[in-house]
Design a protein. Structure first.
Length: 480
């Protein structure tokens, strides 16, 4: 049996989304590793659409005659996945095709209703779902025994019981399932010969409950990998490829301090690259988790170059509206503590959150000025994304019920729709959505300029002083 796990190329509508494909796609690697270790007679092929275009993927589908294809989809590449699914079915009508991810998990009914080329949708964790679906395809079990699966049966969409994957059972990720040379070569072109990085995943879930109103994550609670086993994985690949940076992509790497300390102790016992400064660390963090000096000391022991903090807003009212469970005072204290200990910050903000008005926009600008004076030199300011499964998306469906049955809605349309709900008062903008959007874009521009005019960088990985990651067509040229 042959299986393809594929992250489809981003569609033309979103070509300037800053996702450089600088490291192998972790979801593909996790699924590929699990299936490879669960079966002796299943061949797994992984394909990253950041580096393989639509035509090349079609060629792979024709040449390899896969039995099953699974697409990892989000709002930027879902339309591409549909085209690929239709093409695969035209080549082989018997092939089984499914998709997964947060977008798929939250839109499984609409996907299975509208897209006949899709046979199933994986919901939440994919490891055991795929393992059991393969067993179903082999005739070993019935389809009703496959967890986390949505599918059509006799014209009716059904969903099997959900099962949360125990990360203590997770196999060490096998990065060689993808061609690492492609990623390392891109990193060298983007950041120079002194940079070599891999992304890792130590946990799943978020400590913020309930989730922020804009978060499209499937709410599956907090889970951690075994800290010793994870440290072995990081140490192995750090030594093997002489990595100069490790990036853990978990939502909040330091939220379990006991876990963090055990991981750091084991990692530093297995390799001296962090203690000697040969390898740096980067990860995501909540600001309130950076207030403890013992936590900061652990980060320093791992030679942290940077933490990514989702500030989201510089206005306490907005932070409360979105359920961030933090405030600007905490942000300021955490920022100062991080900078005082020689660690950099990659700051993220969102304009257009519920309740946004002229006052909050001014507050964002003033807050960024304050952070910049404290030393902030990396920032990204994004417009609000309205993702399926979120309270914001449900609010849009209430106002515009005609989109309820659609499996994808252009993000630009969703952004305009959300501003027309009762979460916003546009009276200061003559009740004109376009004027409101113009004000948001101007605010984002000013926030960004505050940092960039003083030699900082915006919108990107920002490795090194004054360096932005490339975007859009520039990035495409660099990949070739």
């Amino acid at each position: 049996m042959k299986i393809l796990f594929c992250y489809p190329p981003v569609s033309e509508d979103y070509e300037k989304i800053r996702d450089a494909g600088v490291s192998p796609h972790l979801s593909l690697l996790c699924l590929g590793t699990h299936i490879k270790n669960s079966f002796n007679d299943v061949e797994v092929d992984l394909c990253d659409g950041h580096h393989t275009n639509f035509e090349k993927i079609c060629e792979k589908i024709i040449f390899n005659n896969y039995d099953i294809i699974g697409f990892s989809v989000d709002f930027t590449n879902y339309n591409t996945s549909v085209k690929l699914a239709k093409f695969a079915k035209s080549v082989n009508p018997k092939i089984k095709i499914g998709c997964g991810s947060n977008h798929a998990s939250n839109m499984y009914k609409q996907i299975l209703t509208n897209q006949k080329s899709y046979d199933f949708v994986g919901i939440n964790d994919g490891e055991e779902q795929w393992q059991e679906y393969i067993r179903y395809c082999k005739g070993e079990i019935s389809i009703h025994e496959v967890p986390n699966l949505a599918y059509r049966e006799d014209g009716i969409i059904k969903m099997n019981p959900l099962k949360t994957f125990n990360l203590l059972k997770m196999y060490p990720v096998e990065y060689e399932l993808m061609d690492l040379k492609v990623y390392f070569e891109l990193q060298e072109r983007l950041f120079g010969k002194d940079f070599k990085m891999l992304q890792f995943t130590s946990q799943r879930g978020c400590a913020n409950h309930p989730l922020c109103v804009f978060c499209g994550r499937y709410n599956d609670g907090m889970r951690f990998r075994n800290p010793k086993e994870f440290a072995k994985e990081v140490a192995y690949y750090t030594e093997k490829y002489s990595l100069t940076e490790v990036w853990d992509r978990s939502d909040s790497f330091i939220q379990n301090v006991k876990w963090l300390k055990e991981f750091a102790n084991v990692l530093n016992s297995l390799t001296n690259r962090f203690k000697t400064g040969q390898t740096t660390f980067k990860t995501y963090s909540r600001a309130d988790q950076l207030l403890r000096q013992d936590v900061i000391d652990v980060l320093k022991s791992l030679h942290f170059r940077m933490v990514f903090i989702g500030y989201e807003a510089g206005d306490d009212r907005i932070l409360k509206n979105v359920g961030k469970n933090s405030n600007t005072q905490t942000y300021e204290k955490a920022t100062k503590k991080v900078f005082d200990n020689g660690i950099d910050i990659d700051a993220s903000f969102i304009v257009g959150l519920p309740g946004e008005n002229k006052e909050s926009m001014k507050n964002h600008i003033n807050f960024v000025k304050k952070l910049n004076e404290m030393g902030l030199d990396k920032i990204r300011v994004n417009r609000l994304l309205v993702l399926p499964g979120t309270p914001l998306y449900r609010k849009i469906v209430e106002k515009f019920p005609e989109i309820a049955d659609k499996d994808i809605v252009p993000m630009n349309d969703l952004q305009k729709m959300i501003f027309q709900t009762d979460l916003y008062d546009l009276s200061e903008f003559d009740n004109d959505v376009n004027k409101y959007i113009e004000a948001l874009l101007e605010t984002a521009h000013i926030m960004t300029e505050i940092v960039s005019k003083k030699g900082g960088v915006s919108e990107g990985y920002g490795h090194g002083k004054g360096k932005n990651i490339l975007e859009g067509k520039e990035l495409e040229v660099c990949r070739k």
